[in-house]
Design a protein around this ligand. Sequence first.
Ligand code: GDP
Ligand code: IMO
Ligand code: MG
Length: 425
Amino acid sequence: MTNTVVLGAQWGDEGKAKITDILASKADFIIRYQGGCNAGHTVVANNTTYKFHLVPSGILYGGKVCFIGTGTVIYPEAFKSETDELKSQGVNLSGLKISPLASVTMPYHIEIDGYSETHAGKGKIGTTKKGIGPTYTDKAARIGLKIQDLYDEETLSEKLDVILPIKNKTLSKVYGLEEYSKECITELCKKYAEIFRPYVCFNWQELLEQHKNDRILFEGAQGVMLDIDWGTYPFVTSSNPIGGGAAVGSGFGPKVIDEVIGVAKAYVTRVGEGPFVTELKDETGKEIQETGHEFGVTTGRPRRCGWFDAVTMRYAVQVGGITKIALTKLDVFDKFDEIEICTAYKDTRTGEITKYYPTDVYTHKYFEPVYETMPGWKTDITGIKEFDKLPENTKKYIKRLEEILNTPISIVSVGPDRVQTIFRD
Ligand code: GDP
Ligand code: IMO
Ligand code: MG
């Protein structure tokens, strides 16, 4: 029995949901371990497109237990919209459970996120404005609400007496935003309690115990380069998408994890601000964006595009704990004459070539990508189901990446649909 973490190895939107969905068919218990509704996950199955933000995509297989773990942050209204939408698509949510220890995003978190983004000037992160940073900030500052607090009047009242004076002062004095009365927040919390009631799993300890010998799939959101500790800080999200995050946010310890699949596109995309050494601001970048339909699921923003960056990917393998790679969107290159792989960075200040990722992102403007050119395959690969049937140049490209990354590429994705996937092991 293999327990697997599926996580993004780049800056998010790598096609994690597609890979999780496929692997979920063989798992019994699926856990989302971090992030919130900043995530936008797409699965195409049976000619239908499903969009997820918080709900693990494994829910599409009726009967699987899908657990939204303690490491997540949840805005109740967004959770309601998502579950309503899935129900309207006929998805059976009976296996969906939420940890009562997950953090609640409150309306003021979203207001603060919006305000900060609008007034940050050069410090703008380009967040999804879903209140993610401010919710994790309050969690770390120990003034956050957990889902379990919504069900105990006395606890809630006691906590609000501590939280609200601080929060209101910050809202009005720092941000010039409206304050919240205790009555108003208490009413909101009652409403939120009802939204979560069918799903909140108070006996989660028993649930985890029941599933400890089952096949567990840990679903990450965002990606290693957006990790709060290891990503392109400060242009990151506020949680830990890395493999270690699965142990923190799920309730299972690190020894339960057998393998970590890092999902990476055959190129790189990024939404929001922050450095991106292989970014293409030319026609090729546009071609990748259009062919790959690179527009955000959550915000609709166009994704910045660039060539595959093996420097950040090797780094992601190291700090993300990645043991295998799922390479997605290879089909986007079907019409390309040539494909570039960035194997190293050149420091234009010294001329030095490095294959190690420079962690001070403010210096990235001085780094240029060093490329290795691979020939394209000029063939439609979207219908190919076996690795051996891929064009020679596609196989060469994949094998070269494996060499450069020193990590096996065990899954290759050649289209958005479940069936457009090639397994190599
Ligand atoms: P996630 O956030 O990592 O789950 O990825 P998103 O869903 O935000 O973005 C990935 C997009 O690429 C989605 O629209 C997927 O349907 C699509 N996709 C996934 N794999 C492939 C692939 O191999 N080829 C193509 N053309 N599209 C893919
Ligand atoms: P999935 O799970 C891509 C980015 C935002 C911004 C930064 C911080 O679909 O891969 P936040 O709202 O989290 O405070 O924003 O992180 N970001 C994502 N980019 N995919 C995501 O999720 C993302 N979630 C957050 O664009 O740059
Ligand atoms: Mg996404």
